[in-house]
Design a binder for this molecule. Structure first.
Ligand SMILES: C=C(O[C@@H]1C=C(C(=O)O)C=C[C@H]1O)C(=O)O
Length: 124
């Protein structure tokens, strides 16, 4: 038995969700993770990786959606004479990720904020 993360077993989500998300379609569970010959190991890795690939596509889609919403907020604020960025709000977001993932979490949050400011380069 190994401790590998398995699709659908992320903390914070119930593991017995009746409607599987696309990345939860693997039939592997912590209980059924294979340990065995090379072919079995390679097949297991390939199946887990394809679930990771689906998740990555979802994360990228979510990030694109986030960027659209963020740019809309920025444009509304600028149209009203305000600034593009609001550091107090950014700090709330950085803390949200840091609370969950520590230092890498705050680094991710800063990169997400950078992406969401990406298409409009100049800060007022
Ligand atoms: C979207 C906003 O504008 C900017 C972008 C943010 C974001 O992408 O989350 C957060 C703060 C602002 O610097 C906002 O103020 O909510």
């Amino acid at each position: 038995m190994t401790d590998l993360p398995v699709p659908g077993s992320a903390p914070g989500r119930p593991s017995s969700t009746s409607t599987a998300l696309p990345h939860e379609e693997s039939t592997m569970t912590l209980q059924t993770l294979p340990t065995g010959d090379k072919a079995t190991t390679e097949a297991a890795i390939a199946e887990l990786r394809s679930s990771i690939d689906v998740l990555d596509a979802e994360i990228i889609g979510l990030l694109e959606h986030r960027r659209e919403l963020s740019e809309a907020v920025q444009e509304v604020r600028i149209a009203a004479g305000g600034r593009r960025t609001e550091f107090s709000r950014e700090n709330v977001i950085i803390k949200r990720y840091a609370d969950r993932f520590g230092r890498p979490g705050s680094a991710i949050a800063m990169k997400i904020l950078e992406i969401c400011r990406g298409s409009i380069k100049v800060s007022r």
